[in-house]
Write a protein that binds this ligand. Sequence first.
Ligand code: UT7
Length: 338
Amino acid sequence: MIKASLISIAAYAPKSILTNYDLEKMVETSDEWIVKRTGIKQRHIAQKDESTSDLGYEAAKVAIKRANLSPCQIDAIICATISPDYLCMPSTATQIARKLGLLNITAFDISAACTGFVYALEMAKALVESGIKKNVLIIGAEKLSAITNWKDRTTCVLFGDGAGAAVISQSKDENFIIDTHTASDGSKGDLLITPGCGSINPASKEMLENELQFIHMKGNEVFRVAVQTLTNDVLNILEKNQIQASNIDLFAPHQANLRIIKAVQQRLELNDDKCVVTVDRYGNTSSASIPMALNFAYENSKLKKGDLVLLDAFGGGFTWGSALLKFGGEIYNVRENF
Ligand code: UT7
């Protein structure tokens, strides 16, 4: 039976950095509050003329290179995003494909908010294991600054821009994706929502005046459900696969809030060196957060071939998911950046 493997990881963060001190000058907040409640110290913000597909493309080309493939060997692109280049069409995946020079390829977006990368991983695994596709490029890319209300202190301190990408291919050894789990509960959709620009509140002067085009979140209600759901989800996937938490080499959770990450980490009884934290430097980058965290571990030699990796994510919808995999990528080449 064919097994799918995650054979490369890469990420891109836009150059410009917005610190908590910068935000103090924009809204009534403080570095102390933001760090204490979220763990975030700074976030990267894309330029005005930099699109979500630009960010995704930067991560994608490195992921393809690290997979020792050329773009023409990729036969499907899945982009997870809640901040696409265009609301309806063309999809961001098609625009990343265009930038990679791929003009005859399966390419589509998925909308699963912060869980998008885990959803994309599950789709890619299915495509590869069914034999339908050989090399699937999955991307989480977000320009959340474009859908953030910079006057709303309850949300604008949380989000950042960035992208992460991975190549999923047929496994040649024991380092394959062991299992994925994805789920949703639409009854809580209103707790984390961009109410405007869709069929319910189409673009209008009134819609813009009410600022419905931006992310709206009932933070503390989301927080409570996130901790409970994520904890159950990671315990379930471990139990289902009869794997002890102590065997995990790397836990790469969605980076929304350090307190959520720590709660799940403690439940798993994992040491800090097994848990990737990037929320301090990138903020919450939604679907990009897991691949950016994985890439951070990879480039800091904390992720190597054969490592047992646990992913978890929770986001708007609500959606949530987890994955267990043995990393199939080659060791990071430090010379790459010279
Ligand atoms: O990625 C998708 C999933 N998202 C999440 O998982 C996010 C989950 N939620 C959270 O991470 C947290 O709920 C937040 C970080 C968003 C908020 O933290 P909190 O501890 O839940 O704060 P809160 O919303 O209960 O607000 C506490 C207080 C309020 O003041 P009062 O009513 O107690 O006087 C807020 O008005 O903090 C105030 N506040 C702020 N103060 C300074 C809210 N935002 C700010 C701010 N600066 N930026």
